[in-house]
Each structure stands twice: as C-alpha cells, then as structure tokens.
Design a protein around this ligand. Structure first.
Ligand code: ADP
Ligand code: MG
Length: 370
C-alpha cells in the first residue's frame, strides 16, 4: 500500500495559516496594511487584554463591495495582484490574499463593512474556518471596515499557551509595530486603546493626520524626542568594484542605473553622548515606506553610531527609497523579511555616508542646549 498520501485540505489550510499569522504582531500588521491599502485616513486599533482576548481594527477606507463578500476570506483571493508578473510594480502592502483566510482558520473572526453609498448601514460577514462566507446580516455602520479577531490561536494550544506566557513582551512588540506604521503613514490618524479585564479602556497612543513623519514621531514619542534628532537624507550609490562613492548629500555622476541608487530619508539621534538612548529600542526601518526588519542594516547603523557615542544607541527612523527591482518582499509567508539585492554594497555605502553625516554634526552644540 502506498504510504505517501495528500494531507487533507483542512489540515493544509491550518498549517499554512500558522505561517502567515505567526503571532500577535502578524495579526496587527496584516489588518493595518489592509486598512492602509483601502485608503483609510483614520485607523482605530482596540485591544482587549493586550490582544489576548481580542483585537479590533476599524478604518474609514473604501469598504468591501457586496460582489466581493463571497471571496474576501478565501485563500489566495485578492483585489491587489493578478499575476506574478505584477509583483515588482506593486504599490499595495498586501498581494497574497492570505491574511483574512488565515485568520478564519486561527481565531474567531468577523468583518463589518460599509461603502460610502451604503448610508448608515453596513454588512456583517461571518465565515467558516475554511474562509467560506457563512452568513451576512445588516447592521448599523459608518463608512469603512471593522475587522474583529478574538480568541487568537484557540485551536493551536501550544502557541496559545506560549502567547499567554509571554503576553507582556508580545504586546510590547505589537506596540513597536504600530509605532512604525503610525510614524511612516502621513495623513493617517492612528488611535490605539487597550482594555484590561475589569479595567477601563485606556488610550495607548494616538496621532493626528499629520502631513509629515516628523509630526507623527512627535505624537508617538513626545515632542521632546525631536530635539535629540538630526535629519537623515543620504544618497547612496552602489557601483560594483568601486566601493562606497561620493558625498552623502549629492548623487555622483558615475551611476546611471536607478536600481543602484538608494535614498535614505528620516531621522537619527545626534552622535553625541547624552543624545542617544540607553537601550537599542525605537529603531524603525522601511523600504519604500513598508515597515520591515533589516537586521544587517540595523547592525551597520548602530556600529557607526557607537563609534561616536559609545555608551548609547541611536533612535533611528530610516526610509530606504529604492527601485522596486532592487528588493524582494516575497521571501517569507508573513512578508516581514525583505531581501535586498546588492546588500553588501548598500551596507558599505550606508556606513560611509553615515560617517560623513556624523562628522559634520558631532562638534556642534546639541539642539536641546540651544
Ligand atoms: P491581500 O491584502 O493580500 O489582498 P487579505 O486576505 O489581507 O489579502 O485581504 C483580502 C481582500 O479583502 C483584499 O484584497 C481586499 O480587497 C479586502 N479587504 C481586506 N481588508 C479590507 C479593508 N480593511 N478594507 C477594504 N477591503 C479590505
Ligand atoms: Mg492584506
């Protein structure tokens, strides 16, 4: 008798879902990205018991059209990408059509959605574990979408127990993810609240719909934070075989290929003792405004900073603006890992440009003392 048999469809769905939604951070990241993709200018994130009991994300975006209700939570159904060829020109956060279907498999999940034309009425959508639409009902609602996720990982007992055990740390990481989206998203109002069991609802942080990231940073971390920061505006050029090139302020003339030019914009701590931070927190990296972890870039930036301020770590908010052909977001199911082509050259160029930037700043009087 043959021993190799296909895994039953339902089990495959659960296995794969657990790779897309790995923790609370993935839930929050996927829902925020959907709201931003829907054109929201206001996003309200409500936690119950730091997310252990429930997470609700409400936006004022375009809503979901009735003809899409059936497919919204089906695996690999998306309004954002038609074929693999479109991937490099992608302008949305989402593209795999996996988040909502995965949440159906791992949590108690429902959606309420209304478009501008729907008046004060919206539709509540309930789904089966497979992502198939189970039921719709008319409810009162304003324009936009509310996604509710409760009892996350109820059917993965080991992961659920781990989450309960480390909820404080996980919730801290979730807030870090939210800070990054709130700081980079100009023109979008974020509001984050938490309600502990038997406690009252508290606001965790909020931003206004600011026109600049700088104002977002002030809202999230306090206006005082800005005093210890200098603007980042590096123009990196990566010419194979020539090492780091040119000035940190201007493009050189040697590099014509746009995929070899990277602009880094944002803010970083002044390279002066007392102006950094005690711990290496508050370090946010983005590729074309997509929040992401870039471990090698993080390491390089910290190393350079430490050569000016040995005792502290920098605050970093750095958006790498680069050609969409120069990186790949489709590396891991949770889309957190971004693969940068020519990473070695990029790191060399980044280090050289940071040194140049810090050299021009380290002798000056800290702004906070002016
Ligand atoms: P993806 O974002 O990769 O398309 P998702 O599973 O996250 O996949 O979402 C599936 C689809 O549901 C999206 O393509 C989008 O059309 C719709 N959708 C999800 N969240 C929202 C939202 N907050 N507002 C409007 N439409 C949404
Ligand atoms: Mg999505």
């Amino acid at each position: 008798m043959a021993t190799i048999k296909p895994i039953e469809g339902r089990s495959v769905h659960q296995i794969q879902s657990g790779q897309v939604i790995v923790d609370l951070c993935s839930v929050v990241k996927e829902l925020i990205e959907n709201s931003l993709d829907a054109g929201a200018t206001s996003i309200d994130i409500r936690f119950k018991n730091q997310g252990l009991d429930a997470i609700e994300v409400q936006d004022n975006g375009g809503g979901i059209a009735p003809e899409d209700f059936e497919s919204v939570a089906l695996k690999h159904h998306t309004s954002k990408l038609n074929s693999y060829d479109d991937l490099s020109g992608l302008t949305t956060f989402g593209f795999r059509g996996e988040a909502l279907s995965s949440l159906c498999a791992l949590a108690e999940f429902h959606v309420v959605t209304a478009r501008a034309s729907d008046g004060p009425k919206g539709t509540r959508l309930d789904f089966e574990v497979s992502g198939k639409l189970k039921n719709t009902s008319i409810v009162a609602s304003t324009k936009g979408t509310i996604v509710s996720v409760a009892n996350i990982f109820y059917n993965l007992p080991v992961r659920k127990r781990e989450l309960e055990k480390h909820i404080k740390r996980e919730y801290g990481k979730v807030l870090g993810v939210l800070h990054a989206y709130a700081c980079i998203s100009t023109g979008v109002k974020f509001s984050v609240s938490n309600q502990m069991p038997k406690g009252k609802k508290t606001t965790v942080f909020s931003t206004k719909a600011n026109p600049t990231s700088k104002e977002n940073i002030a809202n999230v971390y306090g206006a005082k934070t800005l005093l210890a920061l200098i603007p980042l505006d590096l123009k990196l050029e990566m010419q194979p075989g020539q090492g780091p090139t040119q000035s940190a302020r201007n493009w050189g003339t040697q590099v014509d290929d746009p995929s070899r030019r990277v602009q880094v914009v944002g803010h970083i701590s002044r390279p002066v003792v007392g102006e950094g931070r005690q711990t290496p927190d508050r370090q946010m990296f983005f590729v074309n405004s997509r929040p992401c972890g870039l471990p090698q870039v993080t390491k390089a930036a910290n190393e350079v900073y430490k050569s000016y301020n040995v005792t502290q770590s920098p605050f970093i908010f750095a958006n790498f603006i680069m050609d969409t052909n120069a990186y790949d977001v489709n590396v891991s199911p949770d889309k957190r890992t971004i693969m940068l082509h020519d990473q070695t050259l990029l790191l060399e160029s980044l280090k050289a440009s940071l040194v140049e930037l810090f050299e021009s700043h380290d002798q000056s009087v800290p702004q906070s003392q002016l």
